[in-house]
Design a protein around this ligand. Structure first.
Ligand SMILES: [Zn+2]
Length: 288
C-alpha cells in the first residue's frame, strides 16, 4: 500500500513538473515580427508571448537592410513573421529553415474573400500593399494566421476590443466621405477604402525617392483649390518638401505617424495607436 502511494505520488510530481516546464516553454517563446507596428499588434493580441520587432520604432520599412546584430536576433527567435520576398527581399534566405509566416501569402489567401473582390478589380491588389497593419480588414486574418502557425490562443480579449474599436471608428468617421485630403504616401489606401474616406492625392508612392517638380505642382494645385481639408505630414517628410508643397498657400498640416514610431511593443497598446490615427483624421476634418 505504502509503495503504491509512493508511486502515485511520484507520478503526480513528475507530471506536474513536466506541465510546469511546458508552461514555461510556452511563455518564453520568442516571436520576431519584422515590422514594428505589426509587432505592436501581435504583442497586444498575446501579451503573454515574448514579441520582438526586427525594425526599430522609427525605422522606415521602405528603407531597411540587415545588420549582423539583426541576423543574430533572427536566429535567436523561435519564429518570425514577415511580409514575403516582394516586400522584404533581405529576409527571404534567412527565414528558410526557421518557423516563419509570410503574411503576403496569408493575405493573398484572404484576398479571395468576396469583400476584397468587390473593392479591388486588380487580381492581387491586397498583396501589392505592404501596409498590412493599416488595413482594418486584414487584422483578424493576420491574427488567425499567427495563432495557427505558432499555436497561440485565439486572442479573444483583444479581438473583442478591436471589434468595439472598429464600431466606434466607423461611427466617428461616418459622413466624412465628401471631405478630401492629401496624404504623404500610399500607406492609408486600405484604411481609406474601409472607412470610405476621400484621399485626393498622395505626395509620393515611395518615400525614399525624391518627388518630381511636376508632381509637386499637381499637389499644390489641389491644395490651392481648397478642396483638401488638410495635408497629412508624416515623420519621414523632409521639411524642405513640405515648404515646396505649401509655400504661399493656406493649408492645414496634420501630423500622422503610420509606423507607430512613438509606441513601444512591450506596452501592447495597438488600439491606442489606432486611436491616435483616428484622432489625426478627425483633426484634419474638423473646421477650425
Ligand atoms: Zn509606407
Amino acid at each position: 500500500m505504502y509503495r503504491v502511494f509512493f508511486v502515485v505520488l511520484l507520478l503526480i510530481v513528475s507530471q506536474t513538473a513536466s506541465l510546469a516546464v511546458n508552461a514555461e516553454e510556452k511563455s518564453n517563446k520568442t516571436i520576431m515580427v519584422s515590422l514594428h507596428p505589426l509587432a505592436l499588434l501581435v504583442k497586444s493580441a498575446w501579451p503573454e508571448v515574448n514579441v520582438v520587432a526586427l525594425m526599430s520604432p522609427n525605422q522606415s520599412p521602405h528603407d531597411f537592410s540587415l545588420k549582423p546584430s539583426d541576423i543574430q536576433r533572427i536566429s535567436d527567435a523561435d519564429g518570425i513573421v514577415w511580409s514575403g520576398k516582394d516586400f522584404e527581399p533581405y529576409l527571404s534566405d534567412i527565414v528558410q529553415g526557421k518557423s516563419h509566416l509570410d503574411l503576403s501569402t496569408t493575405l493573398d489567401f484572404h484576398h479571395h474573400d468576396e469583400h476584397f473582390h468587390d473593392h479591388h478589380d486588380e487580381e492581387s491588389a491586397t498583396v501589392h500593399d505592404p501596409h498590412f497593419w493599416l488595413n482594418p480588414l486584414a487584422i483578424e486574418p493576420i491574427l488567425n494566421a499567427i495563432a495557427d502557425r505558432f499555436q497561440l490562443s485565439h486572442g479573444a480579449q483583444f479581438r473583442n476590443q478591436y471589434q468595439q474599436w472598429l464600431a466606434k471608428a466607423r461611427n466617428t468617421l461616418a459622413d466624412k466621405a465628401d471631405v478630401g485630403f492629401v496624404s504623404f504616401h500610399d500607406a492609408f489606401v486600405d484604411w481609406n477604402e474601409y472607412f470610405e474616406l476621400k484621399q485626393l492625392e498622395k505626395v509620393t508612392i515611395n518615400p525614399e525617392q525624391p518627388v518630381g517638380t511636376r508632381h509637386i505642382l499637381e499637389v499644390r494645385k489641389i491644395l490651392a483649390s481648397g478642396e483638401a481639408a488638410c495635408l497629412f505630414v508624416e515623420p519621414q517628410f523632409k521639411v524642405r518638401l513640405v515648404e515646396r508643397l505649401t509655400q504661399g498657400l493656406e493649408v492645414k498640416q496634420v501630423n500622422i505617424d503610420p509606423i507607430a514610431s512613438e509606441f513601444q511593443v512591450k506596452n501592447a497598446n495597438f488600439l491606442q495607436y489606432y486611436d491616435q490615427l483616428l484622432d489625426r483624421f478627425i483633426t484634419c476634418f474638423n473646421h477650425n
